[in-house]
Design a protein around this ligand. Structure first.
Ligand code: 3PY
Length: 267
């Protein structure tokens, strides 16, 4: 089965999304149902409060909550970096939960990216194990159909967010099976010795981000970036980024409450 982010990628359309950091089925559903313009959500099990480890069920609940009969693609950001066995099993749990893709933080070499791809693919393309009785149901297909189509439909995304990753960016982009490079502007800035974005990154970081964007596109891959507002996201879309979040659940909640209070107290 296809899904909205994959369709946007295939049609070369900018895919806007949102970041989910708080756990719970209905919380996920509230975010997912916010707008038909929402193409994807990241279920953040790295810095968000949604437990993947040891709470596989929580991550699955968020995926299920976001996709009652379709809805935005769910991309799980797993806690650990690729390359070690410890992240292999996290990727397995995220995909067993029914995720349409994974986002792996701090992938800084092509070797790490290859490990991530292998974790996301059933043999012969990779080393993912098969056996969850639930996964295919979240995609609305039979187990046999899931096994046959998952390798083509699951999106593999790696975060480019440190100095080493920037040095290796073209080799990482060239790795077969990597669908998108995802810029983490906060970690990237800190790693390169700049202050974190507030809300825009330091002007000198722009060149680095352009290099990442160019590397992705030169390899025929997509490039994504983390944003904190619709305005920022629109500017990134203009620059040619393919996948951009407009806000996060917590950010949107606090901003909306503050803005309503401001409007109320101006009366
Ligand atoms: C970063 O900016 O470091 C991210 O990973 C986005 O959350």
């Amino acid at each position: 089965a296809s899904h909205s982010l994959l369709q946007a990628f295939k049609a070369s359309k900018t895919a806007f999304g949102a970041w989910l950091t708080l756990p719970g089925t209905f919380h996920a559903r509230t975010v997912a149902q916010a707008s038909p313009l929402l193409s994807w959500i990241v279920v953040d099990c790295e810095h968000g409060l949604i437990p993947l480890v040891p709470g596989v069920a929580e991550c699955t609940a968020a995926i299920l909550g976001a996709r009652p009969g379709g809805g935005p693609s769910t991309i799980v950001r797993i806690p650990a970096t690729g390359v070690t066995a410890s992240s292999s099993w996290q990727i397995k749990h995220a995909l067993d939960g029914g995720a349409q893709g994974v986002l792996v933080p701090l992938v800084s070499t092509a070797a790490k990216a290859r490990e991530v791809v292998s974790d996301c693919r059933f043999p012969p393309g990779g080393r993912r194990g098969f056996g969850s009785p639930f996964t295919h149901g979240t995609w609305g297909v039979s187990a046999a159909e899931y096994l046959k189509t998952a390798n083509d439909n699951i999106l593999v995304m790696v975060q480019i967010e440190n100095k080493e990753a920037v040095e290796n960016v073209q080799e990482i982009a060239n790795v077969d099976g990597v669908d998108a490079l995802f810029i983490g502007p906060y970690d990237l800035s800190i790693s390169m010795g700049y202050p974190p974005p507030s809300p825009d990154p330091h002007p000198e970081m722009e060149q680095v981000m352009q290099k990442i964007l160019n590397a992705a596109h030169a390899a025929g891959k997509k490039c994504a970036i983390f944003c904190t507002s619709g305005k920022q996201a629109a500017a990134r879309a203009k620059q040619g980024f393919d996948m951009i979040n407009v806000t996060s659940d917590t950010g949107a909640m606090s901003e909306a409450i503050a803005s309503h209070l401001n409007a109320a107290s101006e009366q």
